[in-house]
Design a protein around this ligand. Structure first.
Ligand code: B4P
Length: 190
């Protein structure tokens, strides 16, 4: 299974991808996690990304593509993947299509987790208390939601027009959202 998980910040992409990875037995590739690992390691790339992420803005397309090419060069992606957090703008959607074509792959489904904005803000506020992530401050969250509406929503429209989009209700218990995703990507199977 080759899956692209889309949705606004706080929609449950990372949460559900962690479960899907075990269920589908394919690697979970989170561009947010890859970037946070670079920041934690204090690499040159991490230093560049740190402030941008804290503001809630998008890290440059060139950095993301380099990171993704590197990750897809690893053998474990040959049989599938869950891509979480990419693409976030139309240029990234184009780059992803080209990258997959180059390695002879195509994604099976693009799943959008649909969650109303009030609930997103509530969830992220909860995570801010629990984890203290630098980009979960109210100001950064406002920027991230704006960036999503301005830059990522067109990606959703693009996949919808291509007939590649599956929308899943992301509201409810984690198990229920998980079951809806499984039903959406493998209809009729458990
Ligand atoms: P991400 O790491 O992708 O962060 P995110 O959008 O907030 O989603 P995340 O997966 O963490 O949250 P989730 O919804 O699972 O990106 C962080 C930053 O990295 C970006 O702002 C950007 O700067 C940079 N970046 C990443 N990718 C990039 C790209 N492609 N291009 C450029 N820059 C990029 O969960 C949120 C909270 O909700 C959790 O506390 C969770 O427990 C809770 N939750 C989830 N599901 C729930 C449910 N059903 N009910 C109740 N709570 C739930």
């Amino acid at each position: 299974m080759r899956l692209v998980l889309l949705g606004p910040p706080g929609s449950g992409k990372g949460t559900q991808a962690a479960r899907l990875k075990d269920h589908l037995q394919v690697p979970h590739i989170s561009t947010g996690d890859l970037l946070r690992a670079e920041v934690a390691a204090g690499s040159k790339l991490g230093l560049e990304a740190k402030e941008v992420m804290a503001r809630g803005e998008l890290v440059s397309d060139a950095i993301l593509l380099g990171m993704l090419e590197d990750r897809f060069s690893r053998a474990d992606t040959a049989n599938g993947f869950i891509l979480d957090g990419y693409p976030r703008n139309l240029a990234q959607a184009d780059a992803l299509g080209k990258l997959l074509a180059r390695i002879g792959q195509k994604f099976d489904a693009a799943v959008q987790l649909d969650v109303p904005t009030e609930l997103l803000v509530e969830r992220i506020a909860g995570r801010a208390k629990a984890e203290g992530r630098a980009d979960d401050s109210p100001e950064s969250v406002r920027t991230r939601l704006q960036v999503y509406n301005d830059q990522t929503a067109p990606v959703i429209d693009y996949y919808r027009q291509q007939g590649e989009l599956t929308v899943v209700n992301g509201v409810g218990e984690l198990d229920d959202v998980f079951a809806r995703i499984i039903e959406a990507i493998t209809p009729g199977q458990e």
